[in-house]
Ligand binder design. Sequence first.
Ligand code: NI
Length: 253
Amino acid sequence: MLVDTHCHLDFPQFDADRDEIIKEAHSRGVNRLINVGADLKSSIASCALAAKYEHIYAAVGVHPHDADSFTNETFEEIARLAKNAKVAAIGEIGLDYFRNLSAQENQERVFKQLIGLAKSLNKPIIVHSRNADNFTLEILKSLMPLKAVIHCFSGDDIFLQQCLDLGFYISFTCNITYLKAESLRLTAKAVPLDRLMLETDSPYLPPEGKRGRRNDPANVKTVALKLAELKDIELSELEKITTENAFNFFKLK
Ligand code: NI
């Protein structure tokens, strides 16, 4: 049994075959999915998917890309959605200083506001951090204690150690299979098993050999295989531990 802790099945890339993709993943042992909101619209859609499928949970939040258009009304709507019992986390939230699609000051303001919401509801957060690790860390540190997972981890060993020291979880996507990802694989190898989680970030980041195509949650198995190889343990062991981590972290049933 596997958990894909981060996918976007509400995105239009799945409009033609969403139900089949969900069934296919389930038949391959991907028995829990967290569908993650990136803005208000996809947060609403995530909750709808969670209502339709017993094994799907939702995260609600606003991605740093959309921080410029975040208003008080957006916050109120996200806060209302977040009270739903199938909302397992607030996310994805964070900072993206790589694409800088929203002003950095707005990204920071929205990130802090949504962390505050997560804390008030006692829910974990799913953090997106790109080219902003020091800034991300500074905000997270200032708002401790926090239950956080760093999604699609792409940082260096120093950032990893700082996150581990704060008790955070680390989640990897199929990008650890990419030919040029040798240093990321070394970083992944250093993550203790009791802090590891798996995700696909579907429809993005398909595994090596399928690049340029749409990713889907069944490929979380590819992440598991690669991490088992890196950690030099049996696949079944890796699956068992990461599934337990996800169940505990997100309070899944
Ligand atoms: Ni994502």
